[in-house]
Write a protein that binds this ligand. Structure first.
Ligand code: ATP
Length: 230
């Protein structure tokens, strides 16, 4: 997915030689302290930041210089840590907009039904104004939006942020189910290590823009010294 990525803001490099892979149906989690470069890595993968050197590969194609729009068409989505929804529109309108690139109305209806099954609150509150829902419900909606686009690879930045613990478990189980049943691949950035590890396949540890270590989530779960690694 990324090889030798160097990227940052202006002339300032934040990522130094970052390489990472995510297979079909795999959930890969990037762990690291504040400021390590986790969000920067997701943005670089999604084409929101120019890459100074290195390559981004998706579906076997070099997409390093392609636009974000073409990455969306290619099956990628990015959900930022700050609520990525249309606050003044209803929940239903938000979800419909998530699939604005999908012409086939049957496909749109199927996706909507699936998301309603996954997150029934988005069905029950379909006519609610999105910006007036709770923070947790807004997070679910932002993930619903990404799923409506038909993403095969989701880049998720701190999905648990601001969500009640019971809902975090439910949300993460839904993500796991999507990867298991529908082959969804996920690159997850998460401070809530306890919630992320049980659904992850592999883990990358990022420090000051460099990958320190990559290991299986089983190995990571067996550790009690994550933070000493950084
Ligand atoms: N828009 C920006 N312009 C300049 N520097 C930025 C910008 N956004 C982030 N940075 C810097 O890039 C570095 C990495 O930030 P980034 O947000 O990727 O870290 P992070 O690991 O996601 O941290 P957090 O867990 O706090 O979100 C930090 O030093 C940050 O100050």
């Amino acid at each position: 997915m990324a090889n030798g990525l160097v990227c940052g803001y202006g002339k300032h490099s934040v990522l130094h030689d970052v390489s990472l892979t995510v297979g079909a149906g795999e959930i890969v989690t990037i762990l690291g302290h504040n400021g390590a470069g986790k969000t920067t890595a997701l943005k670089a993968l999604f084409g929101l930041l120019p890459v100074q050197s290195g390559v981004v590969i998706h579906d076997g194609k070099d997409i390093t210089r392609t636009s974000t729009a073409s990455r969306v068409r290619g099956g990628m989505s990015y959900t930022s840590a700050t609520s990525a929804i249309f606050r003044d529109l209803t929940v239903r309108q938000n979800l419909e907009l998530g699939a604005f690139t999908v012409r086939d109305s049957k496909v749109r209806a199927e996706r909507l039904a699936r998301i309603h099954d996954l997150f029934p609150v988005l069905k029950d509150r379909g006519s609610a104004v999105a910006g007036r829902m709770s923070g947790g419900q807004q997070r679910l909606l932002s993930i619903g939006l990404a799923l409506m686009s038909g993403a095969e690879l989701m880049l998720l930045d701190e999905p648990s942020l601001g969500i009640a613990p019971s809902l975090v478990t439910e949300l993460f189980e839904s993500i796991r189910a999507l990867s298991r049943d529908a082959g969804l691949s996920v690159v997850l950035v998460e401070q809530n290590v306890g919630a992320a590890l049980p659904i992850s396949d592999r883990v990358y540890y990022l420090r000051a823009g460099e990958i320190l270590l990559s290991e299986s989530a089983d190995e990571a779960r067996a550790r009690d010294d994550w933070w000493e690694l950084f």
